[in-house]
Design a protein around this ligand. Structure first.
Ligand code: ADP
Ligand code: ADP
Length: 227
């Protein structure tokens, strides 16, 4: 699903080496954590996959194609094929859970008559079918994050990128979000989670890639947090 061939990203002007000669492969259907201290390059990795940043050297491939070949409209289409979840979920406060999820379908080619079943299925996957009429303010932080995950998966992306998805959550809500991400993965979606949450990485074991100062220093197939 994702291949990095000797990827280096050095930001212009500051010259910060955010990623330093990183090579890796993440297969279709995998669940992988990306761990590392703040500044290690986790967000830069995500930005490269989303083509929000371009490698200074090396090549990034997604679904078998180099991102070099994506331009303009195709880049927009590529991004729509990836679900994203961030620390701040930014739900629309005036829309209920259902409409927040449905909103994400407007930019896809999914026909409107399919929306209700799609949205309901996505809310079911995150365990919130019963809260579809709730406004964000009526939901806990963890529930809001689960709505954000439903929004990210409603268009059935082959890939879900989650950057610190539990960053604002207490331990219990964090575990709930992790379980939801695992469910999404079980349905066939490749899931990549960038996180600082050592306890989660230890409790819910998956392949773990460790970045240190832009270098990929570990790749543990069965997980574990070793910073
Ligand atoms: P996190 O540790 O949660 O991944 P960061 O604070 O490292 O977040 O970065 C958040 C965002 O801010 C990054 O995606 C990046 O685009 C931007 N950013 C981080 N560091 C710098 C910087 N030195 N100059 C400009 N933008 C930055
Ligand atoms: P992480 O997500 O692991 O915290 P980042 O990928 O955000 O790490 O950052 C890696 C390094 O690149 C850091 O030193 C950060 O300050 C720097 N950086 C991130 N984004 C930018 C940017 N847009 N411009 C300049 N430097 C950046």
């Amino acid at each position: 699903m994702i291949q990095f061939h000797s990827v280096t990203l050095s930001y212009p002007i500051t010259g910060t080496l955010a990623l330093d000669d990183v090579s890796l492969q993440i297969g279709k259907g995998e669940f992988a954590y990306l761990v590392g201290h703040s500044g290690a390059g986790k967000s830069s990795f995500m930005n490269l996959v989303l083509k929000r940043a371009l490698p200074t050297r090396g090549e990034v491939m997604v679904a078998g194609m180099s991102l070099k070949h994506y331009r303009g409209r195709r880049t927009a289409l590529l991004r729509r094929r990836m679900g994203t979840v961030f620390q701040d979920n930014l739900l629309l406060s005036h829309l209920n859970a259902y409409d927040n999820v449905a909103f994400a379908l407007r930019v896809t080619g999914v026909h409107q008559r399919e929306w209700p079943s799609r949205v309901t299925a996505a809310l079911r996957t995150v365990g919130l079918e019963h809260k579809k009429y709730a406004l964000p303010v009526q939901l806990s932080q963890g529930e809001q994050q689960r709505v954000a995950i439903a929004r990210a998966i409603v268009s059935d992306p082959p890939l879900l990128l989650a950057d610190e998805p539990t960053g604002n959550l207490d331990p219990e809500n964090s575990r709930e979000v992790l379980k939801v991400l695992q469910n999404v993965n079980l349905r066939g979606t490749t899931v990549i989670v960038a996180t600082h949450a050592r306890d989660l990485v230890e409790s819910y074991r998956h392949r773990t890639l460790t970045l240190r100062k832009g270098k990929l220093v570990r790749d543990d197939p069965y997980g574990g947090y070793a910073l």
